[in-house]
Design a protein around this ligand. Structure first.
Ligand code: ADP
Ligand code: MG
Length: 327
């Protein structure tokens, strides 16, 4: 129980974007190849994630809504080398406690689908038969219907949707092999096919972020000292006007990290004499033991075992790439 509490500390559903992150990560954990996200009114009225993953069996359906019943982590050592994305075993429980939640699933190999419902803290006892292809749909309606105080902290529909969309962008940029769609108020916002080749990946980046980015970016790929960095950095003419286009992934997870941004800006400054608003989509890969992803419960932050090494590696990689294209 101590470990469970340690992980749970500070874990809250604040807004629709948090929910989408948890649900889509569950779908990815389940091996989904297609993930459809539907939102209404910024996700406050409705959030629905449908996948074609391995599904959940009838007996496990109610369990997956109960707190910590499913945590895959048993020791602190496990915490340090988290392999799959989900590990706290409580996202669905948290989400169901602040919404009207329906979980429908058909397990791979089964010819029956089943459904459970929960409203706030009350879970409907019985599992009922449902119609669903192999995979899972989670639907959360009326976010914070039972906690008006928290509902007040939600911003406008538009703002909530833009957070939600940004969260989905980061997920789509971390799994090019998976197809995603995003609909808002029944309008298709993004429809992304799987992207295997570099050119298809570049297309996904361009569609999601900015159609001009790829015409104004260099591709980089560097390896050394057990680290790999790959991705795209924007040319200064483009970068200057795109201050918010900064996407950095560590071992496939989107992170915000001061040390990383510092290394990138320093490379820009060194080569181009200014480090203002670089635009980038970059992926850093390193031994999971050299990075701690549990600094913050929403996992946006990381702590590198050897920050100096990582900083210098990023700096040198970008320095070389930018020097090559210096006008
Ligand atoms: P965690 O992902 O940390 O285990 P969650 O509350 O997010 O906890 O999910 C609880 C459990 O429900 C998962 O461990 C998984 O077994 C099951 N589950 C949730 N979503 C899906 C899904 N989309 N497909 C298959 N299984 C799922
Ligand atoms: Mg999860």
């Amino acid at each position: 129980p101590r470990l469970a509490n340690q992980i749970a500390a500070g874990e809250v559903v604040e807004r629709p974007a948090n929910i989408i992150k948890e649900l889509v990560e569950n779908s990815l954990d389940a091996g989904a190849q297609h993930i459809d996200v539907d939102a209404e009114q910024g996700g406050i009225k409705l959030l629905r994630v449908r996948d074609d993953g391995h599904g959940i069996g009838k007996d496990d359906l109610p369990l997956s809504l109960s707190r910590h019943a499913t945590s895959k982590i048993t020791t602190l050592d496990d915490l340090e080398a988290v392999g799959t994305m989900g590990f706290r075993g409580e996202a669905l429980a948290s989400i169901s406690s602040v919404s009207r939640l329906t979980l429908t699933s058909r397990e791979k190999g089964s010819d029956e689908a089943w459904q459970v419902k929960a409203e706030g803290r009350d879970m409907q006892a019985e599992v009922s038969p449902a119609a669903h292809p192999t995979g899972t749909t989670v639907e959360a309606r009326d976010l914070f219907f039972n906690t008006p105080a928290r509902r007040k902290f939600l911003r406008t529909e538009k703002t909530e949707f833009s957070h939600l969309e940004d969260t989905l962008k980061k997920l789509a940029l971390s799994r090019y092999d998976v197809a995603f769609t995003l609909r808002h108020n029944n309008r298709v916002i993004h429809s992304l096919r799987p992207a295997a080749r570099t050119i298809d990946r570049e297309k996904r980046v361009a569609t999601l972020l900015n159609p001009q980015f790829m015409d104004n970016a260099v591709h980089i790929e560097t390896e050394g000292a057990g680290l790999t960095i790959e991705g795209w950095v924007g040319l200064p003419t483009f970068s200057r006007s795109q201050g918010d286009m900064q996407y950095f992934f560590v071992n496939g997870r989107a992170v915000r990290d001061k040390l990383v941004v510092h290394a990138i800006k320093q490379a820009y400054r060194d080569v181009l004499y200014h480090g203002r608003h670089p635009a980038f989509v970059l992926y850093l890969w390193l031994d999971p033991k050299l990075v701690d992803v549990n600094v913050h419960p929403t996992k946006h932050e990381v702590r590198f075992r050897d920050g100096r090494l990582v900083h210098d590696f990023i700096f040198r990689s970008l320095h070389r790439a930018l020097a090559d294209i210096r006008p």
